[in-house]
Design a protein around this ligand. Structure first.
Ligand SMILES: [Zn+2]
Length: 209
């Protein structure tokens, strides 16, 4: 889609279609949101959280950035996380990477993307920490796919260490952490790590982080 006007035309058609199927849909959503999922995904246009999961507006609280990263110093992400857990009471925290990711390829390829290179430094750390495993994979595409998985594990590990998540677990609430990879060539989601609900499990399952 290239034409900006098409966004409005499509929006009009979509809103009318939703209304025709469920006349109360927008009325209910106007009052409040009650999502059960926080999705931390890549900004890549091919991986829209709602579309690939069949979700509807109100289902998923979304934060996306280049490389689906969780930085302990990122006030934007930390605010989203805090609001999701403390106010919206989401039950599932999802980090979703994807195959053929530009961030993974750029980190692997040594940079050249200006300020984005700084943002990719943590993915380069993941590469360094797993150099031997990655070097043993002969095919570059497979190596990049593995780096995608390792990055997801790393980001789930950082998520598990944030004060907000630790506080939730300390209070006895059990938000579950999940790591997924979306395959852009066939549209399928795959679980990398699932159901992390304690600091102990996070540390045991994610030794490299
Ligand atoms: Zn990406």
């Amino acid at each position: 889609m290239k034409n900006f006007r098409r966004l409005f035309e499509n929006n009009e058609a979509w809103a009318n279609a939703v209304l025709a199927e469920d006349p109360g849909f927008f009325k209910r959503g106007e009052r409040k949101q009650e999502p059960h999922f926080l999705w931390i995904g890549c900004a890549d246009s091919r991986v829209p959280a709602e579309q690939v999961t069949g979700a509807v507006p109100g289902d998923i609280f979304v934060h996306r950035n280049i490389g689906n990263q969780v930085w302990e110093t990122d006030i934007n992400l930390l605010s989203v996380l805090h609001y999701a857990l403390e106010v919206l009471k989401v039950k599932h925290l999802i980090v979703c990477g994807h195959t053929n990711c530009g961030a993974i390829k750029a980190a692997y390829g040594g940079g050249g993307f200006g300020v984005v290179d700084h943002w990719l430094s943590d993915i380069r750390n993941v590469m360094r920490w797993n150099r031997a495993e990655l070097a043993a994979i002969p095919n570059v595409r497979d190596r990049l796919d593995r780096l995608t998985e390792l990055n997801v594990l790393r980001q789930v590990g950082v998520l598990a260490r944030t004060p907000t998540v630790r506080d939730e677990w300390a209070k006895g609430r059990r938000p579950l952490l999940h790591g997924l990879v979306y395959d852009v060539k066939n549209g399928h989601l795959r679980s990398i790590v699932d159901g992390i609900d304690s600091a102990e499990k996070a540390e045991a399952l994610l030794p490299r982080t």
